[in-house]
Design a protein around this ligand. Structure first.
Ligand SMILES: [Zn+2]
Length: 239
């Protein structure tokens, strides 16, 4: 008989229980698509992907717990932020001043700083979260408001080498007005970064879309017609 062993706290399982049925249609005809690393004994190291033979729904089984799913989502956001920063680095490696619009807690400037250690990042957001971000030294200057606010425009006009709108335009009521505001706070020769899931669907009443709007506003679009990250250079002053 061994003595009392130190009680160990079991780790939180990263996956929920295995499902016998399709979460979409309830069918039990499930087919593994990717195999996990030897399941059965203890927790599997990763969740295999299964496909329903009836409705073709594809899902992780066992599913991730909500906490694990959130951490996967956060990792995805960090990855997108890094890709956006690197896309700008190829076109504009040494900006002095950068405004991130709709910055929230300044997650994007925090990620971009790894690629632009000598750049001064400011943040603009409609909420006071940006003030907390400044207190946490995630941005140097914080502005509460929108690009379309006259006091913001008057203060920031032609001040920045780079302006970024990362998953922002698709959330605002008047994306075209915000886009023009972003161009007004850029210096001539400055670079605009717009990261959207599908830039062609931003302006549903304007079928030629984001790139055409940028050209109409005096910019040269440096990315392809279908890019999810649009980078444009402002060639002239915008009225
Ligand atoms: Zn199904």
């Amino acid at each position: 008989m061994s003595g009392p062993s130190a009680p160990s706290v079991p780790p939180l399982p990263p996956y929920g229980p295995y499902r016998q049925d399709c979460p979409w249609c309830g069918s039990r005809r499930l087919r593994a698509r990717l195999r996990g690393d030897g399941p059965r004994q203890g927790a599997p190291r990763r969740s295999p992907v299964e496909r329903c033979a009836d409705c073709r729904h594809v899902f992780r089984n066992p599913p991730l717990t909500p906490a694990a799913r959130n951490s996967v989502l956060r990792a995805g956001v960090r990855f997108r932020h890094a890709l956006a920063a690197r896309a700008m680095l190829r076109r504009r490696p040494d900006p002095e001043s950068w405004l991130d619009v709709g910055t929230g807690d300044a997650d994007f400037p925090s990620a971009a700083r790894a690629y632009f250690p000598y750049t001064s990042f400011d943040g603009l957001d409609p909420t006071p979260r940006v003030l907390r971000a400044r207190e946490a030294e995630r941005v140097e200057e914080a502005f509460v408001g929108r690009l379309t606010d006259p006091h913001i425009e008057a203060r920031l006009r032609e001040r920045y080498d780079v302006v970024s709108l990362v998953q922002y335009l698709e959330q605002v009521a008047d994306p075209r007005a915000e886009l023009r505001g972003a161009l007004r706070v850029l210096r001539p020769g400055g670079h605009l970064l717009v990261d959207v899931a599908d830039p062609r669907r931003l302006f549903p009443v304007h079928p030629v879309g984001l790139n055409a709007e940028l050209v109409a506003q005096g910019c040269t679009v440096l990315t392809g017609a279908r890019a999810q990250r649009v980078i444009a250079r402002k060639d002239a002053s915008v009225a």
